[in-house]
Design a protein around this ligand. Structure first.
Ligand code: AHR
Length: 500
């Protein structure tokens, strides 16, 4: 019997809703087909956005959406994507699949998508191949309210009102596809470019995000922060509101990452143990951030994370299309629990990517759509958005083989919302064993509890022919004197809601 202690009265940190964010890039069938089909499509749509996909995304309360990349961002010239669609430039998407990009989805369409989703906007600007003027004019185009060349152009293109840009990324992966820069060089560019990301609206300041490290590259974090903080006013906290971190879970070597669907127990534990590395990375990069920013004013923004497997056989290798199983569900569960636990520093995260690319929450095939196991995890976890993390600890044992990397059998986090409702999310990382749990809950008079579970065999997935093979269902938990008791089945994700 695993003992689980929760002190609902001890609030540890705020879980920003943005931790449950998403990422959409002009990559494969994410934007085109996945999100946007155009006004003339036979697939039901509103202003070109797929109705089925938008409805499914609203259900999981997407809080924020990042766009247009990724590597695409540092090749994107925003003026190509405005104005009458028939005159928009056609170009080759050199990064992703070498296909023609007709720019029919641009700034206006992205803002329309976010309007339909009811989510915040996270625009990623181009430092790698773009100019300061181009970036500055994009911000003016989107957010300036008075008379100005860019605001006039926006009005001419049908949108007199400015939009709200909540977050602005100054470059993407500038250590790699975004220009192969050194940290010091990038940080100097960041200082310069961000100066012209003007705050046109005092009541809606744009949060500026600097490009952070790839995985464990702490030299990058150190080099960037050192340069950002050099001779700068402490009140400007390095000119940044956020510093990104990218980490993908890749079970095998890059040339053979492993199949998304055909894997064995060994692959299962290898994948989960690699996903757990996220916690070490947050600690390592967080420790460097603490040196410069002990008050944690700069958020760690994990704006690309998720599983990266081999593409589905027969699909364009440049489209990064992969299926999604219960293994993805458990990786999502353990990662989101890690983010919750580190919400004092992790202020936003975006899973890569929203539709049809890498660890997607939605897959589409023509007019058909499936919600993946990862979608179901986001659906179970949505009650953590904008709540307070509370103190919790569960007894665990290490499982997995010697040659696979060990993982704890259980992962958890707990939060309390403004009405005092306690949400607990638990994952059982074992493919074979169930675990009885006895939860002792302090700081909350447990009167009522309900629960839902997502479970299945490790390779279980939703397909276009069987879209509901994996779905959540009711789960029984018992009230005890002072808490709860329940048994978590193998390979499952459980959400418990406790009310006083
Ligand atoms: O998500 C796919 C790619 O991974 C992104 O374009 C890039 O930023 C990262 O390397």
């Amino acid at each position: 019997m695993a003992k689980y202690y929760i002190n609902a009265g001890n609030k540890v940190s705020r879980i920003n809703k943005e931790i449950y964010g998403h990422f959409s890039e002009h990559l494969g069938r994410c934007i085109y087909e996945g999100l946007y089909v155009g006004e003339d499509s036979e697939i039901p749509n509103v202003n070109g956005m797929r109705t089925d996909v938008v409805e499914a995304l609203k259900e999981i309360k997407v809080p924020v959406l990042r766009w247009p990349g990724g590597c695409f961002a540092d090749e994107y010239h925003w003026k190509d994507g405005i104005g009458p669609k028939e005159t928009r430039k056609k170009m080759i998407n050199t990064h992703w699949g070498g296909v023609v990009e007709d720019n029919s989805f641009g700034t206006h369409e992205f803002m329309e998508l976010c309007r339909q989703l009811g989510c915040e906007t996270y625009i990623n600007g181009n430092v790698g191949s773009g100019t300061v003027q181009e970036m500055s004019e994009w911000v003016e185009y989107m957010t300036f309210e008075g008379v100005s060349p860019m605001a006039d152009l926006r009005a001419k293109n049908g949108h007199p009102e400015p939009w709200k840009v909540d977050f602005f990324g100054v470059g993407n992966e500038n250590w790699g596809c975004g220009g192969n820069m050194t940290p010091e060089y990038y940080a100097n560019l960041y200082r310069r470019y961000q100066t012209y990301v003007r705050q046109y609206s005092s009541d809606k300041p744009i949060c500026k995000i600097a490009c952070g490290a790839n995985s464990g590259d702490t030299d990058w974090t150190q080099g960037v922060l050192k340069t950002l903080f050099r001779n700068s006013d402490p009140n400007q906290h390095g000119f940044a509101n956020g510093l990104s971190l990218h980490y993908y879970t890749v079970p095998g070597p890059w040339e053979h990452k492993g199949s998304a669907t055909e894997f064995d127990e060994k692959d299962w534990y290898v994948t989960l143990s690699k996903a757990l590395e996220m916690e070490n990375l947050i600690n390592k990069h967080g420790a460097i951030m603490d040196q410069y920013d002990p008050e944690k004013k700069i958020g760690m923004i994990v704006d690309e994370w998720g599983n990266w497997f081999d593409v589905e056989p027969g699909t364009n290798p440049g489209f990064l299309y992969q299926q999604n199983t219960m293994r993805d569900a458990l990786v999502a569960c353990l990662t989101l629990n890690i983010f919750n636990k580190h919400s004092d520093r992790v202020k936003m995260a975006c899973i890569a990517q929203m539709v049809n690319v890498l660890q997607s929450v939605i897959l589409t095939d023509g007019p058909r759509m499936v919600k993946t196991p990862t979608w179901h995890v986001f659906n179970l976890f949505k009650d953590h958005q904008d709540t307070d993390l509370v103190e919790s600890f569960i007894e665990t044992e290490m499982i997995g083989g010697e040659d696979t990397g060990k993982v704890p059998n259980l992962t958890e986090s707990a939060s309390v919302d403004a009405d005092g409702r306690l949400t607990i999310t638990i994952g059982n990382l074992s493919v074979a064993d169930e675990y009885p749990v006895e939860a002792v809950i302090a700081g909350c008079d447990v009167k009522k509890a309900s629960a839902q579970i997502l479970r299945g065999a490790m390779n279980a997935m939703n397909t276009f022919d069987d879209p509901d093979a994996v779905r959540s269902e009711e789960f029984e938990v018992l009230l005890t004197d002072g808490g709860l008791s329940f048994t978590v089945p193998a390979c499952s994700v459980v959400k418990i809601t406790v009310e006083e």
